[in-house]
Design a protein around this ligand. Structure first.
Ligand code: DQA
Length: 146
C-alpha cells in the first residue's frame, strides 16, 4: 500500500484557534481525520506528524526515505527562513509537495519567498485545508507518472 507522510510545521497545532480568518476554523485533528478518510477511500494511507521544531522536521524527512513513498509538507513559518529544511528535502529521494492553507503569494512580501519550494516537486497554496488533498493528489501523480 502507498504510504504518505503528511508533515505539518510550527504553529499548525494551533489551527482552529489561530488567525481563523486566514487559516480556517478546522483544528489540525479535524484536518488529519479528513485526510485519513480521503486516503482510505483511495486505498492509500497517510500518516500525519506535526512538530514545532526544525530539527524534528528534518529527522522526520530523513526517516521518510525508508518508510514512505512521498511527503506532503507544510513547513509553515520555516518556509521562508530554513536553509536546513530545504537541504533536508534535497537530501531525500522522494516526491515532496509543499502545501499552504493560505495563498502565500497574496500576503506579506516576506511570505512570497519559499526557500523550500525549489527543491520540491511543486507547491500548492491558497485552498485552505483542501490544499492538503491537492498535495496528496500531486504526490500520487508524481509516483504514477513514472
Ligand atoms: C502557512 C503560511 C506560512 O506563511 C505561515 O507562516 C504559516 C502557515 C499556511 O499554511 O498558509 O504558519 O504555511
Amino acid at each position: 500500500m502507498t504510504r504518505l507522510l503528511v508533515l505539518h510545521g510550527p504553529n499548525l497545532n494551533r489551527l482552529g484557534l489561530r488567525e481563523t480568518d486566514i487559516y480556517g476554523t478546522l483544528t489540525l485533528d479535524q484536518i488529519n481525520d479528513r485526510l485519513r478518510q480521503y486516503a482510505a477511500a483511495k486505498g492509500i494511507s497517510v500518516h500525519p506528524v506535526q512538530s514545532n521544531h526544525e530539527g524534528e522536521l528534518i529527522d522526520q524527512l530523513h526517516h521518510a526515505q525508508t518508510t514512505y513513498q512521498g511527503v506532503v509538507f507544510n513547513p509553515a513559518g520555516y518556509t521562508h527562513t530554513s536553509v536546513a529544511l530545504r537541504d533536508a528535502v534535497a537530501a531525500i529521494d522522494l516526491p515532496v509537495v509543499e502545501v499552504h492553507l493560505s495563498n502565500i503569494s497574496g500576503r506579506e512580501d516576506f511570505r512570497r519567498v519559499s526557500l523550500i519550494a525549489p527543491v520540491c516537486a511543486g507547491q500548492i497554496s491558497g485552498f485552505g485545508w483542501r490544499s492538503y488533498l491537492l498535495g496528496i493528489e500531486a504526490v500520487l501523480g508524481c509516483l504514477h507518472e513514472g
